[in-house]
Design a protein around this ligand. Structure first.
Ligand SMILES: [Zn+2]
Length: 620
């Protein structure tokens, strides 16, 4: 999650805006006031809490999210608005002031590498390091492995790394940008990692991008990762990928475990196709990384976790415990979705209850091989588990089983494969296929899901992982940034049709530059962060005219969505005015609604024609 998302999750738009617009009043499910941007007598400025947006239906006709509001009201740019809202939300904004010359990403990797060497050196040449090495040896890690993985030790000190790196010529700002230190609220900063066992996390090319750090005393959290930086994102890093890539390609199989120690021990025993997600759920981006090497993935889970994964609903829920820390993990339905989207095969390898992969491997490498061989495709595994727990004499059991399995089946795109599983479910619960197929429609209609997940687990168990992203806008930007030739096809693209200010800002900045590199240089840190997240999405490459078609579809859908949104908002307004005695206002709004309808009609026509043309082309 980037800084902007974090701010949006912590703040509520109504709260933020009402500090600028004190007369904001509740009106149905929404809030209204006299517009702060133009002079008027009757309120036409509305805030929509469910959409976390605002809109003026009066003379100025503007709208957007909370960032857009603050920018306009305070007359500041995005960076300033970010600072204002970050302070309000208590979120730290990392400032960017770096040496020119090398690319910023390069420089940050270099600093992380310097830190890794320093920590590694301490492991062998300090008292704390001595104790840490003893701990590693007790856990079965050889000295050779410690050297291979550059495992290290961070001293119990607030500034030893800082002093070391400053001595080597790095700047204070760079240390923060690299995620190695924490800025204090007022002034100054301190080392992020203290008295911890350090695992440097490397990218596919072997460059150090961040750290996983295990506490050596009772400090919490037990595991601490580098924060999100320009070069590091938990959701798109896999520990051990640099050493595992060859074996994964050769064996055409990747095994994904959870812990750093699991990877280290597995490699030491010759199982070199093992990587770890960094205490987060397996994300689509993880699968995307592995997909560059193989399309076969095995997820190693202990019996408890595997069972939970299979029986929970929703794409992603917080459920599994990873060294006392609650992390979200994908459910079976989520995994099937990744399989379908990315054309991958994901299987589940079930470990004995309460055992980690490194325990299994140390006790018996043969057992590991056996369990791996037994790994079953996620959908079969889930079916078997759910059905084995089913008592077909109980109606409640049957509906529960259907509730658990139908979402998985709904994710399958291939009709024959889908029919196969529908049949299997029909037999298991003794309900005819038609009835089940009818309920299947429900799950399909639910896609694409709401912007905020509705079936969230209770907040207390939850690690915030909800995205407020606008995937349509982000895909559009991704296309533009990836295929520079598309620039000539953007005359119909309008920034105000993007839901989020950060996307609007990226588009505006891109319009002023010539290529991705110069765009990166132009951007403020927070937007760079957003750009990186956006560009790291795994998307299959598009060729030639397909690029152009994809962009055109995107632009059209953006326009359609924008008009619909506007119409929906207007509808809210109309139903309000109908209640009150505001005949003239109502007339005005209905007039503009008619105009909107006409424009919306145009968009639909355009879409239809395009489809017709496309199918006509296909016939030739
Ligand atoms: Zn206005």
């Amino acid at each position: 999650m980037d800084t902007v998302d974090e701010i949006k999750q912590r703040l509520d738009i109504v709260e933020v805006l009402s500090s600028y617009v004190p007369d904001l009043k509740k009106s149905g499910r929404n809030f209204k006031a006299v517009c702060p941007f133009h002079s008027e007598k009757t309120p036409s400025f509305f805030v929509f809490p469910e959409r976390q947006s605002w809109h003026c239906f009066g003379a100025c006709g503007t709208g957007g999210d909370m960032f857009a509001f603050v920018m306009r009201k305070e007359g500041v740019d995005f960076k300033e608005a970010l600072n204002i809202l970050a302070e309000r939300a208590g979120v730290l904004v990392v400032q960017r002031k770096l040496d020119e010359g090398k690319s910023e990403a390069d420089r940050l990797k270099e600093i992380n590498e310097a830190a890794a060497e320093y920590f590694h050196d301490l492991l062998f040449h300090s008292a704390g390091g001595q104790r840490t090495r003893e701990y590693l040896i007790r856990r079965g890690v050889s000295e050779k492995t410690m050297r291979q993985f550059l495992i290290g030790y961070s001293q119990d000190s607030w500034d030893s790394l800082r002093q070391e790196l400053l001595k080597r010529g790095y700047h204070e700002n760079e240390l923060s940008a690299a995620g190695l230190q924490v800025e204090k609220e007022k002034e100054g900063s301190y080392d992020r990692f203290r008295n911890r066992l350090m695992f440097p996390i490397r990218d596919m090319a072997g460059r150090v991008v961040g750290f996983g750090a295990r506490a050596l005393d009772d400090s919490l959290p037990k595991y601490l990762n580098s924060p999100q930086t320009l070069i590091f994102d938990k959701g798109s890093s896999l520990y051990g990928i640099d050493f595992a890539k060859l074996a994964i390609r050769k064996e055409n199989l990747a095994v994904v475990v959870e812990g750093y120690m699991d990877v280290v021990v597995a490699h030491q025993h010759g199982f070199t196709n093992v990587v770890a997600s960094l205490g987060t759920a397996l994300t689509e981006r993880h699968v995307g990384i592995v997909k560059k090497l193989t399309n076969r993935l095995v997820l190693a889970l202990d019996a408890d976790a595997a069972g939970e994964m299979a029986t929970l609903r929703g794409i992603e829920v917080a459920s599994h415990t990873f060294d006392q820390k609650v992390v979200p993990m994908p459910t079976s339905a989520g995994l099937v979705k990744y399989e379908e989207q990315l054309d991958a095969e994901i299987s589940v390898m079930v470990l004995p209850e309460g055992k980690d992969p490194d325990d299994v491997i140390k006790e018996s490498p043969h057992e590991w091989e056996r369990l791996l061989k037994e790994a079953a495709p996620v959908i079969d595994y889930t079916f078997d588990l759910v059905v084995s727990r089913l008592d077909t004499t109980k109606a409640k059991d049957k509906s529960q089983a259907a509730d658990q399995l139908l979402p998985l089946i709904a994710e399958i795109k291939h009709p024959v494969r889908q029919a196969h599983y529908l049949q299997r479910l029909s037999r298991a619960v003794a309900v005819d296929e038609q009835t089940l197929a009818a309920s299947l429609g429900q799950f399909k209609q639910n896609k694409p899901g709401p912007r905020r997940e509705t079936k969230s687990p209770p907040p207390s168990r939850m690690v915030t992982h909800l995205s407020s992203g606008d995937s349509l806008a982000e895909y559009c930007l991704y296309l533009l940034f990836t295929y520079p030739d598309l620039r000539s096809h953007t005359s119909d693209l309008r920034a105000d049709q993007f839901l989020n200010t950060e996307d609007r800002e990226l588009l505006l900045a891109w319009q002023k530059t010539t290529d991705l590199d110069s765009l990166r240089r132009e951007l403020d840190f927070s937007l760079q962060e957003h750009l990186n997240v956006l560009m790291s999405r795994a998307t299959p490459p598009l060729h030639g005219e397909v690029q152009e078609r994809a962009l055109r579809q995107c632009i059209n859908r953006l326009r359609e969505r924008w008009l619909k949104e506007l119409k929906a908002k207007e509808q809210i307004l109309i139903s309000e005015l109908e209640g009150a005695d505001k005949a003239t206002d109502l007339q005005e709004i209905q007039k503009s609604a008619v105009k909107l309808n006409a424009e919306l009609g145009e968009v639909f026509l355009y879409g239809k024609e395009r489809k017709k043309r496309a199918s006509g082309e296909g016939d030739n």
